[in-house]
Design a protein around this ligand. Sequence first.
Ligand code: G
Ligand code: G
Ligand code: MN
Ligand code: NA
Length: 250
Amino acid sequence: TQLEQALRNAIISDAIDVHFQPIVSLANNQVVGFEALARWNDPDLGFVSPGVFVPLAEERGFIDALSEALLRKAAEAALSWPRELFLSFNLSSAQLMDPGTSGSILSILGRVGFDPHRLELEITETAVMGSADTAHRIIADLRAAGVRISLDDFGTGQSSLGRLRDFIFDKIKIDRAFVSRINSDRASEHIIKAILSLCEGLELEVVAEGIEDYAEAVKLRTLGCGMGQGYHFGRPADGIATLRFLHENY
Ligand code: G
Ligand code: G
Ligand code: MN
Ligand code: NA
């Protein structure tokens, strides 16, 4: 298809960019890290969402090439940040079925000179279920090297609670479906309280995603949520704007 061909060309010509969205400590609003988000603005097709081209890349076998280029760019950018903030990077389910993934990630970090302790990888529960043994081995290898693992979109998957028994995660990202309703829907507030209590017991860090206004930030801080992310703190921005943001915020 036209889209597939354009994606292939974009990967070959290194035209897919990486943007960064701040993650803050809710206690003091300080930036603690950034999530890297792939951005593709094609001259002919215009802006194509990663929600579209990431699954296409997985399906067509381009995901390794794409993800390697993005991780390299993201880690290089993070090396220019004025503080040693963490970098959070999304892994797709196909990558957790490929035993070569851990070696490839660690070798990119080595080449770029990026400390694995500063990297977090976001994965979804569906991805871990895909090929459980391979996924567990990849995660164990990465964690042994110091990389931290976040469970993305928490609360929307199939067997959320059971997954936590494996102790393969360092952090939980509460899906914005709950966060966006925290001040309007009592059920969402109770669910978030339950997630926070669960994470405290299991010694997991927590990020609330999709915080869009001050009232949501205050509510989550009051409930004891450690970190937040969302348009209220900053939209995803390119590397230059991210550097400017960091210099303006210290
Ligand atoms: O930023 P946005 O809402 O457009 O992202 C849409 C989806 O694409 C999200 O689920 C996000 O996790 C995913 N995504 C963004 N960048 C990457 C990436 O570099 N790799 C993978 N695997 N997924 C990404
Ligand atoms: O699946 P994942 O959680 O990785 O997706 C992250 C996506 O959520 C990013 O593509 C980003 O553009 C989007 N996003 C980040 N903050 C907000 C927000 O406050 N509101 C909304 N609606 N989307 C957000
Ligand atoms: Mn994510
Ligand atoms: Na998410």
